[in-house]
Write a protein that binds this ligand. Structure first.
Ligand code: BES
Ligand code: MN
Ligand code: MN
Length: 459
């Protein structure tokens, strides 16, 4: 292991140069015009894996954007770890808000800046570089490793989940290692043991068969946009409680121990409010901000459209409007079931005189790994070795939907060993990744595979 760590230290500049090459590829999975770029990122990743001595490195067709697979399976009796990441990135818009170009990464002030630096290219590359360091110095790995890097995580809905379900033998493993989460702060390395799920929907509200003059018809018909406002307002009461009937039926209540543990790691709420520039934090009454974010379902409107928003004024009753919403889910909620409850809510609360139609766009099941899992304990040991402190065991409000598919199809826990920071501004302009976390992550992963190798799987 020492030789591999020394190799990693010696090759830092080259690792960073390789990452920059990958970051220049505009693999925006949401943009159909850049599908070739997503494929190019897959090919780049497969080539890297082949070059460092991983076997069966290949671009994998999923029916959607391609994934990448490689393996090294010559450690009989040792656990098999599936390393997962995603080579697709979020769109860069609004591009005018970037201070450095999104796809021409810049290294400054200890950060590498650009789209995908933290989510997730910089993070999954910590694994590929760690594998290189081990293979170059030892010619072997301490445990069996499979690598699976997908190309459509950021879209929510892709074909990759079906690929995983259909190729459980190819991907069979004892645990999945995922570096796609973040730390509470630079001094609080964190391992995530639970992710929220998601249920994403679109609602269309239709009224008259054409746009109408609001003087000639105002007062005679339900205005679809007035109705839309009422419908959106119906989802939540003034105290932030979600009003969808049955939505809380499967919600696993937070235990007093969990609430105490959350309180011990949470940042002061006024500091978070100040950082975000809001007068105060807000949400479901009776819960702290971190409890609401990690352990309670939440509801958000992502966009709404309809009618006249141009310069000046226009007296129109638009014939239709719509909105996109999502619910973040916690154990043991099921996204498909929630989608049905939401549809029933929309039908029940749709104001008279218009028609509402719900479309379930995609879902992800929440995941939770018992914190006493041997793989989490092993990961904690690797973190302590690499960063000098015992990591915090935390939950996360965001989602990585495929992790639930791994748990269901492969019966393997997702071990979330991320190296990002909450302040990395992922999905936003000026996304960045701390260079020390890139190098620290490589170092930590070398230790991680070694620690995983010691886990008894009984297989
Ligand atoms: N890496 C993120 C999830 C994440 C963000 C974990 C911050 C920890 C901290 C992932 O790429 C992501 O953006 N997930 C989406 C999933 C959605 C598209 C279904 C999310 O959570 O919105
Ligand atoms: Mn991600
Ligand atoms: Mn993301």
């Amino acid at each position: 292991m020492d030789k591999a760590l020394a190799y990693a230290a010696q090759h830092r500049d080259r690792f960073l140069a390789d990452l920059i090459e990958l970051l220049k590829i505009q693999s925006v999975s949401a943009d159909p015009d850049r599908a070739d770029e997503v494929r190019r990122a897959a090919q780049w990743t497969a080539d890297f894996l082949a070059r460092i001595g991983m076997e069966h490195a290949a671009v994998i067709e999923t029916g959607g954007h391609p994934a990448v697979y490689a393996d090294w399976l010559h450690a009989p009796g040792k656990p098999t770890i599936l390393i997962y990441g995603h080579h697709d990135v979020q769109p860069e818009d609004p591009v005018e808000k970037w201070t450095t170009p999104p796809f021409d990464p810049v290294v400054s002030d200890g950060y590498i800046r650009g789209r995908g630096t933290s989510d997730d290219k910089g993070q999954f590359m910590t694994h590929l570089c760690a594998l290189e360091a081990l293979l170059a110095t030892h010619g072997t790995l301490p445990c069996n490793i499979k690598v699976f890097i997908e190309g459509e995580e950021e879209g929510g809905k892709g074909m990759t989940h079906d690929f995983v379900r259909g190729h459980a033998d190819l991907l069979a493993c004892d645990a999945v290692a995922v570096s796609d989460t973040s730390w509470m702060s630079p001094t609080r390395p964190s391992i995530v043991y639970a992710l929220r799920g998601i249920c994403y929907l679109e609602v269309k509200v239709r009224g008259p068969n054409r746009d109408l003059h609001s003087g000639m018809y105002g007062g005679m018909v339900q205005n679809p946009l007035n109705a839309l406002g009422k419908l959106i307002a119906s989802f939540q009461d003034a105290e932030g409680r979600i009003q969808v009937e049955g939505l809380f039926d499967d919600v696993l209540a937070l235990t007093p121990a969990e609430r105490a543990e959350f309180a011990s790691v949470q940042e002061p709420e006024d500091a978070v409010a100040a950082d975000l520039g809001v007068p105060s934090l807000w949400g479901e009454t009776g819960f702290t901000a971190v409890e609401r974010n990690w352990g309670r379902p939440s509801f958000d409107v992502h966009g709404l459209w309809g009618g006249f928003t141009g310069a000046g004024s226009k007296t129109v009753i638009a014939s239709e409007g719509g909105f996109k919403i999502s619910f973040r889910l916690v154990p043991n909620q099921d996204p498909a079931k929630v989608a049905k409850l939401v549809d029933a809510h929309v039908q029940k609360h749709c104001p008279p005189g218009v028609v509402a139609e719900t479309t379930y766009l995609h879902g992800g099941t929440p995941v939770m790994v018992p914190a006493d899992s041997a793989f989490i304990q092993a990961a904690a040991q690797a973190f302590e070795g690499a960063f000098g402190v015992r990591p915090a065991l935390v939950r996360e409000g965001a989602s990585i939907p495929i992790t639930a598919v791994f748990q269901e199809a492969l019966h393997a826990p997702a071990i979330l060993v991320g190296y990002g920071l909450n302040s990395d501004d992922i999905h936003s302009p000026d996304e960045k990744f701390k260079v020390a976390h890139f190098f620290g992550g490589i170092d930590c992963n070398v230790r991680l595979y070694e620690a995983f190798a010691q886990v008894r799987t009984g297989a």
